[in-house]
Every structure is written in structure tokens, then in C-alpha cells.
Design a protein around this ligand. Sequence first.
Ligand code: S3P
Length: 169
Amino acid sequence: MSNVVLIGFMGTGKSTIGRLVAEKLNRTFLDSDKMIEKETGTTINNIFSSYGESYFREIESKVIHRISQQDNCVIATGGGVVLSPDNMKHLRENGIIICLKAKPEIIYERTKNAGSRPLLNVENPASAIEKKLNERKDLYIGDLVLDTSCIDAGEAADRIVSFVCEGNN
Ligand code: S3P
């Protein structure tokens, strides 16, 4: 069976919801950012600060290419995965794409205390969110688009499971 791939901006709930979807569908859960950290032995923050964003994107693309060759997984991706058409081509070849969205102010609330996202570790994270969302607005598209601003992770996961099961019946 094809993969279920969660894309979307930071703070839209990809990892939390992805884990729930994987449990409900009894599939393996893969988180590309976690895999990058495991393979490099360091944090995403440290990769950005020591080697730069383009180096991070290179590793991210390698991990995405490899993950895409697996079957039957639920995959949570990093928010910038959509920046590479190649990443999306690989993910789409063997996956249903679920795009999570949320309002900028909700994203801000959900991400403000984490400190683990280099692109938001800036003087004005709220305006960085607006700017990046605007830059990427045409890239966040999927077979299902789900706004998580006003629903909890359990409900979001249920909706995704229904969509995936209906589509495969
Ligand atoms: C990024 C999102 C992050 C992580 C990295 C870059 C982005 O993942 O991959 O900090 O460019 O949007 P999350 O979306 O899981 O926070």
C-alpha cells in the first residue's frame, strides 16, 4: 500500500498527527527530521548554524528519496520539504499527500516556546511565519488539505484515516 505523507508548514501538527494516524492504521511511522538528526548525530538547529540551510536541504532530499521507496508507512516531513520539486515527485510517486494548514497566529502560538526551529529563532518570529507562509503558499497542496487551527490532533487523525480508507476501498 502506498504511503501516507504529511506535508505542511511548521506547527501545523505533522509529527503529532502523523504518529496517531500510523497507530490507527497500524503502519510504521517515519519522521524525516528525526531521521536526519539520528543520521547526522546532531540537531536540526546545529546543522543550520554550523553548515547552513542548503546543506540541511541536501541531507533532507537524500532522506526523503530513501523514505519514498518504502511502502505502507506514515511519513511526517519537515515544513520545507515542498521547496524541492524532486522531493515532492518522489513522495507523490508512492504516497497520498495530506497537506496540513493552520492560521499564522496559531502557528505562532504552537511554535513560540520550542526553540528547535532555526527559521523561527529570529527577532520577530511572527513576521518570519507570515513571510515564509507567503513564499510557500503555492507549494502547500495535497490530495487532502486539512486546516488544524480549530481541531485537535485526534480529530485531525480521524479525518485523515477516513480519507485514506475511503480512497483505498
Ligand atoms: C523547516 C521545518 C522544520 C525543519 C527545519 C526547516 C522549514 O520542520 O525541517 O527547521 O523549512 O519549514 P517542522 O515543519 O517539523 O518544524
